[in-house]
Design a protein. Sequence first.
Length: 278
Amino acid sequence: MNLTDSPSPSWFADLQLAFGLREGRTAMIRNKHEGPLVVQKALYPEGPELCQILIVHPPGGIAGGDELRVSCDLDVGARVQLTTPGATKWYESFGSHSKQFITLNLAAESICEWLPQENIIFNRCLVDVVTEVNVESGAIFVGWDFYSLGRHVKHAPLLHGQLKQKTKILIDGIPIFTERTLFDPDRLMDGPGILDGYSNYGTMFIVGLDQNPALIEDLRKIAEGEMHCALTWMDGVLIARWVGADIEAGRDIFTGIWARLRPVYFLRPAVNPRIWNT
């Protein structure tokens, strides 16, 4: 088969969600979808104040030419946690780029936890990921993304392909943080300041907290002994970065940071979604 010939037609999927606070309960007030990207129902494992959402992509993977869009609007005071039931697999693209666009809009006093499971980038994959987070003053955003470049369990490293990411964070409509990254194994990818020979990495963003040097030092202690993890405070955004050989190690560090922060911004302990254990 010619590598530029896709073996199957591409999918377009669009998921539009909105949440509002109704008598102390965060309700899902919009759940509109087109194509294979769905939310089955709102869950409340921690009580009515927090709505937990599992974003499901029934095909099980993203192929060349597929385009996925997710938008989520939180009204004043809404509290929402979004995650996925498993890893997102990005298959060989056969010449056509796979695309994902995530847009999260947080009104004042809302809380959004964006906690998806990892992305697995297959060899010869062409991936474009764009994430935009719009936060009003008084809102809190906590989110992460993990990427595994290649299928290491199958001894199938990422030898060819490309992963492009753009992340943009705005506070009260003002761009605070914009980052573009390009991972291309045909170019330099293993050097210091890039992945340093590792193939797993993660980035975590926390927006809306007041700068607290003592708290940041506490968070750094969570990653103590992990030489490939760092925290940075930048213009109202706390950023944690990790690279390593074992993605579970990165997840443990970020989950530890989340567990330390949640009593600060939500006044309750962190509870891992049950779906993570299945």
